[in-house]
Design a protein around this ligand. Structure first.
Ligand SMILES: [Zn+2]
Ligand SMILES: [Zn+2]
Length: 346
């Protein structure tokens, strides 16, 4: 592969993207160049769009990490993939030397680089990444569905860390894109799942996906959970709302010795009812991104239809229309996951 001219979407600040031509770099010895098929718009990408991450991302950055694609070229040392294979990227580049890395927790490296924020990302036709970030996909996996693997891997990590057992009662607080994916993975693992959400449009989507729901503005969540569980409460609670009422609900809904998983990134330090942790011997579990096994689980779940990808993907736009795609997603009360179709032949 000699240098190729490709189309790339740059974040330029102030809610603006510019779609430009650039020269695609050849892969270094330990790198792989991927021809991108689809790239989903993450909540993090919306934070970039809103200017909340300008100091970290800058104004000359190609963002995007929820991608699917095909290996285009490999570096001299790469033996794990070959051109033509369908792949996704686990967009984490750990330092390999800090205490977290040395303990085997590279996904929470002290100096973790996130590809597509700290480096250029997948909103471009060719993306060059370290070979260690790749996972190979089954040949027959749909590439639009494969763009959900990264957020599904987040959900797989959350559910795995919860220790959820079949038959346990689960409450997911917050029914946005990650909330419904957590709910789907928890249901696939055998949990009896209730989604708590205040937005009527999101409640309707959760119900269309077959979930029991509660609107905590209209009903008392604790009473609803107690009625469902014979007064016991939920064995596992996922806090995905990132709100103070959500944090209040997470302890109110919890059974004795329940596990509460903190999935949301809270903008402010919330008040937590620590008294309930003593009284009911609750456990609070932090969960951040994913490990390789969560990616493999996400790939298997999507391949076998454990995720209703067609309901979750609510919009697909070509790369040339990335600006309007972000504007539409920002405005839409009903959108869940918007994909950018990056490749012509995706
Ligand atoms: Zn993401
Ligand atoms: Zn490290």
């Amino acid at each position: 592969m000699s240098d190729q001219t490709i189309t790339a979407a740059y974040y330029r600040g102030d809610k603006k993207f510019s779609v430009e031509l650039r020269t695609a770099p050849e892969p270094g010895a330990d790198e792989v160049t991927i021809r991108i098929a689809y790239c989903g718009i993450c909540g993090t990408d919306m934070h970039v769009y809103h200017g909340n991450m300008d100091a970290r991302v800058g104004f000359d950055r190609v963002i995007g990490h929820e991608m699917s694609g095909t290996v285009e070229a490999i570096g001299a040392n790469v033996g794990t993939v070959r051109p033509g294979q369908k792949v996704v990227v686990r967009p984490l580049d750990p330092c390999g030397e800090c205490p977290a890395c040395k303990a085997g927790h590279e996904h929470i490296c002290h100096k973790l680089k996130f590809l597509g924020l700290d480096t250029d990302g997948a909103m471009q036709e060719l993306w060059t990444v370290p070979a260690h970030t790749l996972h190979v996909l089954p040949d027959d996996l749909r590439m639009d569905h494969a763009a959900l693997i990264e957020p599904v891997a987040v959900a797989c990590h959350d559910v795995r860390l919860s220790g959820l057992q079949p038959g346990e009662d689960v409450v997911v607080i917050g029914g946005g894109p990650i909330g419904v994916l957590v709910a789907m993975v928890a249901r696939d693992a055998g949990g009896n799942v209730l989604i708590s959400e205040v937005n009527p449009n999101r409640l309707a989507i959760a119900e269309a996906l077959g979930f029991d729901t509660v609107n905590p503005v209209e009903s008392d969540l604790q009473a609803v959970v107690e009625a469902r569980t014979g007064g016991k409460g939920a064995d596992v609670v996922f806090e995905v709302s990132g709100t103070q009422p959500g944090v209040d609900a997470m302890t109110a809904a919890a059974a004795t010795r329940a596990r509460i998983v903190m999935v949301a990134i809270h903008a402010q330090k919330p008040n937590i009812d620590l008294f309930q942790f003593f009284w009911r011997e609750l456990k609070l579990i932090g969960a951040r991104v994913y490990e390789p096994e969560d990616y493999e689980k996400a790939i298997a779940l999507i391949a076998e239809g454990g995720i209703d990808a067609d309901t979750v993907i609510t919009d697909v736009s070509p790369l040339a229309e990335i600006q309007t795609a972000f504007e539409a997603l920002d405005r839409s009360p009903i959108a869940m996951k918007s994909l950018i179709k990056v490749g012509e032949n995706a």
